[in-house]
Write a new protein. Structure first.
Length: 410
């Protein structure tokens, strides 16, 4: 318990400890209500797309044998999308065809109308060589019947949902929304909108975490601010872990006299780990309660956001059944300001990166990096990730950055 885990070790322990989503916690919902939900099944196509050979161009359907000698061809009829040509297609003729229209039987190519000339008699002649199969969309070319179009654990989005609609799929089985209980602790905290008294501060953490949980489309159970009273805290904590899949607390995970979260956790469940070798965010707790999982965020606003971003997001993803969540993207950048750093912990500093006209990525610090300085996030667009063993950084050195995931931040 006294050993500081690295971020990598903590993430490995989280992924290993968490179960796959409960198969009983699924529901079938209409497609138009499924945006941002997570698939609970592999989805197979019930049909071919396209369902028939069709034209990729406005033009003329032809048979190659009729093109010998480049003779003018009569127009046998027309094929429109939704109204195919069903008449007799005689030799030495072409069928006028529109984009998306069904290819007539025997058609071997489509010639776009820009490559055709109509003579005075209404016959058509083509002025470029024609290749077999050109401008024909084949049956099943986009999606074949029985093909897996979405895997279990994929998020349903404005891109994937129209695909399912194109297959005639009306309903989809999804995992139920993750229920997350949110608790703030501390006599010094006051809800936003109330007047501050001496020694009090606004509860920024719960507000910020709630906003990020909303972007994850969780069902949020907000238990508000609890006083520094272990009896009350234990009662509310017991209620929260019975009603939610995940309990997130803000504050109460350091080593102060009033920080009793650890005692309650040890009574109601187990603590997997308590301290991390990261800055900010050393006092982060992860554990298992009787009915729910637990993440304890530090009280400092920046520490709370960093640990939510780096550690709570993978917890939510795993419990939600979301298999496409990935670690933040990292890039290499040139530091244009000096950065203070002491060896010992992985450091997430707030920075602003940009790309020069020559394509080089540069990054600068946005100023003081105190864990209480939440205003620095407004001016930043990335974390500057300084390795655990690294010392101070001078101008011109190469550093690692993590651009913010704008679906969660900003």
């Amino acid at each position: 318990m006294n050993k500081l885990l690295t971020l990598s070790q903590a993430l490995t322990e989280i992924v290993t400890a968490l179960p796959s989503p409960d198969e009983t916690k699924t529901e079938i919902i209409p497609l138009d209500q499924a945006q941002n939900r997570i698939c609970a099944d592999d989805i197979l196509s019930p049909i071919n797309v396209p369902g028939f050979d069709n034209s990729a161009m406005d033009g003329y359907a032809v048979r190659l044998a009729d093109l010998q000698g480049n003779n003018a061809l009569a127009i046998a009829g027309k094929s429109f999308a939704g109204s195919p040509f069903l008449g007799e297609w005689k030799a030495q003729s072409a069928v006028r065809i529109m984009t998306g229209a069904m290819i007539p039987d025997g058609c071997e190519a489509v010639v776009m109308q820009e490559q055709a000339e109509i003579d005075a008699d209404g016959n058509v002649r083509f002025n470029l060589p024609i290749k077999a199969g050109q401008h024909i969309r084949r049956i099943g070319e986009d999606v074949g019947i029985g093909e897996t179009v979405l895997k279990r654990g994929a998020k349903l989005t404005a891109l994937s949902l129209p695909l399912l609609a194109s297959l005639g799929i009306e309903k989809v089985r999804v995992f139920k929304r993750l229920k997350v209980a949110l608790i703030s602790t501390g006599d010094e905290l006051v809800a936003v909108g109330q007047a501050l008294k001496a020694g009090q501060i606004y509860d920024t953490n719960r507000f910020a975490v709630k906003l990020m949980l909303q972007k994850w489309h969780c069902d949020i159970l907000d238990y508000g601010i609890l006083p520094d009273d272990q009896t009350i805290f234990e009662q509310k904590f017991m209620q929260a872990q019975q009603e939610a899949d995940l309990v997130i607390t803000s504050g109460g995970v350091s080593v102060g006299e009033a920080d009793f979260t650890k005692n309650v956790l040890e009574k109601l469940g187990r603590i997997n780990f308590w301290k991390l070798a990261i800055k900010p965010g050393k006092p982060f707790a992860f554990g298992k309660l009787e009915h729910a999982w637990f993440c304890g965020l530090p009280g400092n606003p920046v520490s709370a956001l960093v640990t939510f971003y780096q550690l709570v997001q993978p917890v939510i993803a795993k419990l939600s059944g979301y298999c496409e969540w990935k670690k933040p993207i990292q890039l290499q950048a040139i530091a244009t300001t000096a950065l203070k750093k002491s060896p010992g912990r992985l450091d997430f500093q707030r920075g602003f990166y940009s790309v020069t006209p020559g394509g080089k990525i540069e990054v600068r610090s946005v100023g003081f990096q105190g864990s209480h300085m939440f205003s620095s996030f407004v001016a930043s667009n990335c974390f500057i990730v300084l390795e655990q063993a690294r010392d101070n950084v001078t101008i011109g050195e190469t550093v690692t950055i993590e651009p913010f995931d704008t679906s969660v931040l900003h």
